[in-house]
Design a protein around this ligand. Sequence first.
Ligand SMILES: [Zn+2]
Length: 242
Amino acid sequence: MQSLSIAFIFLFAILANWTQTPSKKLTITPLTGDLYVFTSYGMYNDQPVPANGMYLVTKDGAVLFDAPWDTTQFQPLLDSIKRKHGQNVVLCLATHWHDDRSAGLTFYAKHGAKTYTSKLTDQLCKEYHKPRPNYTFNQDTVFTVGEYSFEAYYPGEGHTKDNIVVWLEKDKVLYGGCLIKSTAATNLGNVDDGNVRAWPQSIRNIQQRFGLPQYIVTGHDRWDSKASLDYTLKLLAEQGAN
Ligand SMILES: [Zn+2]
């Protein structure tokens, strides 16, 4: 009887652990062209929450838009890019100062990447004792790596004071990070460092500047909808912001 109850305790422990830990620590999904979305998990309110980043493969190396949230996945992502594409990560750009974006800056710099954030993001990284980039930019900036160009654009405050988005004109991809909510989200998420009143105008600034993207990659949850900009406005309106 005792061994049976011990067996049950074990089974329970295994199941409890299994339900709390996502079965995969890092998933990589082709988006379009030479772009891939990677997803890792972090704990928020005692729940595992997926966070999305993106990478671009060019003839001169790979570019990371944000780093995995799960710090144990920095190296596996690097290894996977090397194995699949034969490329090193040459540039890593974090889109705001939170851990699900910037945690990997020091790691990827150590492995040879040029690491970038906006000046404002770097100030906040410094203030909150987060990893900091090697390089900063002061205003909206077009980067060119190999045969690709992409634009880092600051539309205004929202999820955080410093959140930027990235536009890839060739593929009409908007990498939105946490400023853009997935259509799977039921609320605005963590707004402790945000500005809910300014957020709607920031979304409209993106819409005015880039028109209709083919793909919109959100910071969390599924990114298979083109309606996530409008959906973010809807969530904001429900919060009384417009
Ligand atoms: Zn986030």
